[in-house]
Design a protein around this ligand. Sequence first.
Ligand code: MN
Length: 489
Amino acid sequence: MNTHAKPSKLVKGATGDWEIVVGMEIHAQVTSKSKLFSGASTDFGGDPNSHVSLVDAAMPGMLPVINEECIKQAVRTGLGLKAQINHRSTFDRKNYFYPDLPQGYQISQFKSPIVGEGEVIVDVTATEQITVGIERLHLEQDAGKSLHDQSATESYVDLNRSGVALMEIVSKPDIRSAEEARAYVTKLRTILRYLGTCDGNMEEGSLRADVNVSVRRPGAPLGTRCEIKNVNSIRFIGQAVDVEARRQIAIIEDGGTIAQETRLFDPGRGETRSMRSKEEAHDYRYFPDPDLLPLEFDQAFVDELASHLPELPDEKRARFIAQFGLPSYDAGVLVMEREAADYFETVAAGRDAKIAANWVINELFGRLNKEGATIATSPVSAGQLGTIVDLITSGTISGKIAKDLFEIVWAEGGDPRELVEARGMKQVTDTGAIEKAVDEIIAANPEKVAQAQAKPTMLGWFVGQVMKQTGGKANPQAVNDVLKQKLGI
Ligand code: MN
């Protein structure tokens, strides 16, 4: 397990090196049509208080009824995290007051969660992999939302989210840098999306991270941690880890001590600030919810769910390496999103997989990123890109022309094969046409000819001229051959 940081990950302080230690609690909204204990809709963006049942509003006498789909989603997620699935778990009341929590308590799982220990393999860089341990996953209700900016004198509450099912996924403190923290959340989100158990949409609040940060001297016992609440973007998670670690190091080096507390990250100011002193578990007066029986299922229930799990990113990546001979890094990039991996497989089917991977990763992903588009809305379909790859491998078009063709298909659509015909983009391999161009250029540039004959590296200038004259369509190898022959070099 990832206990001690590599020297390269240590942070230099005024008095020596420090090691950052991070553990995370991720709240992931369960993908399901209705809430954890009621039939109300979980749709995002409805009018305030339009998705609220009597249970969610905590009317007296209402009884919670567990939603079986949410249980299945939690078990699927546990399987995806290679985790212990607990056949018996219990729901507890976590008591605290919030204006947007009408029950006065949150139904959660404290003593016996539905999922126990597991692990996530995280690609930190192209060459570095770490394993982050999972401590537990439990089911709990989300709270509503207070709205303070609608009126100058009153606060409003929207209970649409009240009672929506969350999976709280708690990691072990196995993370050692901001980069590792970002990579962990990225990988976890990829797994959840593959499983279809959480959409991972951080802007809509479907995935929120509480980031626990402490620092210590390398090899020393764990330091006192601070919890940075509800960080809602992967970039901010990285920034929050760095600024919080810096803050703690400065305090300790100044002779102070770290107070355990809950803090907020302010991305605008690039700092964390105190929210409240940390509560201990006993502050919440947890006790078993008397309205809910222990949750029990058998191994057959788990096996049935396991038999329908999709191929997960780690397995898909291993298959891409074995089946297509792709470098591990390329395979890793291709499996980040399930839709992108499917797209690649369609392009690669029956074709040179390395060329297909290059085009998907460099041209397609590059263009999608530039436009802020996604694979689902890509203007170039897998079928169209496959045809472009065919045209390259058959020698019909050069790699350079292929990029122009890709742009045309992106902007205008159409069958790449027909576009090549209609716009005269075919590669010129006919040496007669190339010879004609070469003769003209030689005749027009006698001084360059003398230079090239004295210094053969000048050949590149002639190649460039021929390409210009043929609109980039001349076969580069044929151009080189003809030039060498005509110039006698
Ligand atoms: Mn929680």
